[in-house]
Design a protein around this ligand. Structure first.
Ligand code: HEC
Length: 182
């Protein structure tokens, strides 16, 4: 191989490099990917506040459940309970599903059914499901009952929890007297 041939090869390699470089620059000019201002994506921390309602931040004062119940709607609660029925049957004498049957739950003992395998955490808690206990549990099941098997993130909106409790209360032969729940 003489030096002339070597030159030709070197020239070809160089030419290819130049060609690739210009393609790269050209495509960069055509397909310009806009970088996001902040890397990653944002996760909303709280559900948006109810329309018309005062902006209820994730932290901040929450009215006691008795106050919220006074303007709660069992009808809206029935709608919100769609989140529960994947795991809970709500009817009288209905079966246990992934979670226990919830007929007559307001005011019932914690771990109220003999035929459901509750977590040790819930069984050992004692006490009953009064409206305040339910409100706390539904806000944050895992935070409230250590080792609970209820795989549910919770209901963030305080007003929605009140609606739910008003609805649950209606699922009983003799609903408990609640503060003017509609
Ligand atoms: C993914 C399934 C699942 C969903 C969804 C779910 N639960 Fe549960 N729930 C369970 C399980 C499992 C238990 C038993 C927890 C334990 O033993 O720690 C339970 C327990 C409970 C208890 C205690 C019952 C008792 O006898 O002490 C209440 C009250 C309750 N759930 C209410 C609700 C409500 C209201 C909703 C909807 C907002 C809901 N759950 C959504 C699975 C679920």
């Amino acid at each position: 191989m003489d030096s002339f041939e070597l030159n030709k090869i070197a020239g070809a390699v160089l030419g290819t490099c130049l060609f690739l470089l210009s393609i790269n620059m050209l495509s960069g000019a055509i397909f310009h990917a806009k970088k996001p201002e902040k890397p990653g994506y944002e996760v909303a921390a709280a559900e948006p506040a109810a329309a018309g309602g005062a902006a209820q931040a994730a932290v901040g004062p929450v009215d006691p459940i008795e106050v919220r119940l006074a303007s709660a709607s069992a009808e809206k609660g029935a709608n919100a309970a769609k989140k529960c029925i994947a795991c809970h049957d709500l009817s009288k004498g209905g079966p246990n599903k992934v979670g226990p049957n919830l007929w007559n739950i307001v005011g019932a003992n914690r771990a109220h059914l003999g035929n459901f395998a509750y977590s040790a955490g819930l069984k050992s808690m004692g006490g009953n499901w009064d409206v305040a206990a339910l409100d706390k549990f539904l806000a944050n099941p895992k935070g409230e009952v250590k080792g609970t098997t209820m795989a549910f993130a919770g209901v963030t909106r305080p007003a929605e929890r009140a609606d739910l409790i008003a609805y649950l209360n209606s699922l009983a032969d003799s609903p408990k007297p609640l503060p003017a729940a509609k």
